[in-house]
Write a protein that binds this ligand. Sequence first.
Ligand code: ADQ
Length: 439
Amino acid sequence: MALAAALREYSGVWFGWSGQTTGQHTGQVSLQRQDGVTVATLDLEEQDRQEYYNGYANRTIWPLFHYRVDLSAYERSFSEGYARVNARFAKALAPLIGDGDFIWVHDYHLIPLAQELRKQGVRNRIGFFLHIPWPAQRLLTTLPNHAELTSALFDYDLIGFQTEDSRSAFEDYVVKVAEGEARGRRMGAFGRTVEVGVYPIGLDVDEFEASAAGEVAGAEFARMQASLAGRSMVLGVDRLDYSKGLEERFLAYEQFLQDNPDLRERVFLLQIATPSREEVTAYQDIRARLDAVTGRINGAFATVDWVPIRYVNRTYRRDELAGIYRAARVGLVTPLRDGMNLVAKEYVAAQDPEDPGVLVLSQFAGASEQMDEALIVNPFNREEVAGAVAWALTMDRAERVRRWSLLMDGLRRSDVRAWRDAFVGDLRGHEPPARRIAS
Ligand code: ADQ
């Protein structure tokens, strides 16, 4: 979503995995035109899917970078798969790159891509943006090949993080572990230097407002209003992922029900959690735990005409979601770790300016660096989250409008165009590509 407009504007080519697996790797790139953008894709082998995608990307890096060392699996076949697939991507991509092109690589699946492209002789400017957090140095060093992974980042010309928190964790690693140095935006280690910046991703606010004002959103809003039956809705919308803190959220909501008997039947929690990465065991486990905890809380508190948690495991379209966001008095966004969290921003953008709801936001979501006017909570502290929900539900309209207006100004200032223009501006930037300094 965030890149579609940029690709159209720059006549860009989107390159990535097709999502399909084939019996034998052929290296064959398939080219298609989609909505004014050229899409180039490569199939992977089944072994790649297991070792690279389900393995190193989703069982090693994802949990570790979200501070779940306990879930992070270190297997040699995973890191071999990661290296192999990045090399295959680079080989397939290199012939598509023209002289003046710049390359923007996204996310943790592709950290070594620049290194592999350099091996293919690509000298163009290459930038890397990490959508997830960069972990604290002490956590990263639990990864057996941490130096190899971090060193690969120095083949980029520019690295972008979502937050200052991630940037400074990276600097910490560079200085303390790699014994390199940081001078303003330039960091040096492993015999090379790279420019590093913070680029918080934003929404396409105009596009989101247009979809929130559309027919589908309106119909969904009306349907939700009818189903509220005079009650207030607390809303969670997430991919079903252990980093999103859903179990902790349900327990905090249970605490809220216990602490506020007077509010009990006047409120319900709607949690929309779309299953993802279902081939990975940790995701099957969290899903089973969430089924159990919602069943237990509903069993303990429900009455004949009220269920405290409505728990839904399907996907909604963006415009449907916009209508649902607007009907919610409280947006409850409490990940245990999150690079940014766009749901927090979408919730704010979908509100009625005259009667907006209140955002309760985890201090560990990247979005909290920008969204001071939300009720910022520690998602591990049940009582604090329960208290914030109670406060949000009882907050007067003037205070809700005041907070919402400031949040909305921030969303407009720091929207998806600002994110993209800042990154692309710096990437196309100032210096000649492919520098190497003596170590
Ligand atoms: P995600 O972890 O997927 O993304 P997030 O930013 O919360 O997280 O959501 C991305 C998009 O998915 C949003 O536009 C949202 O509307 C949609 N979405 C989420 N749950 C949904 C549901 N149940 N039904 C329908 N749509 C749903 C990663 C990082 C984030 C970072 C983004 C973008 O983990 O921290 O914000 O990339 O950089």
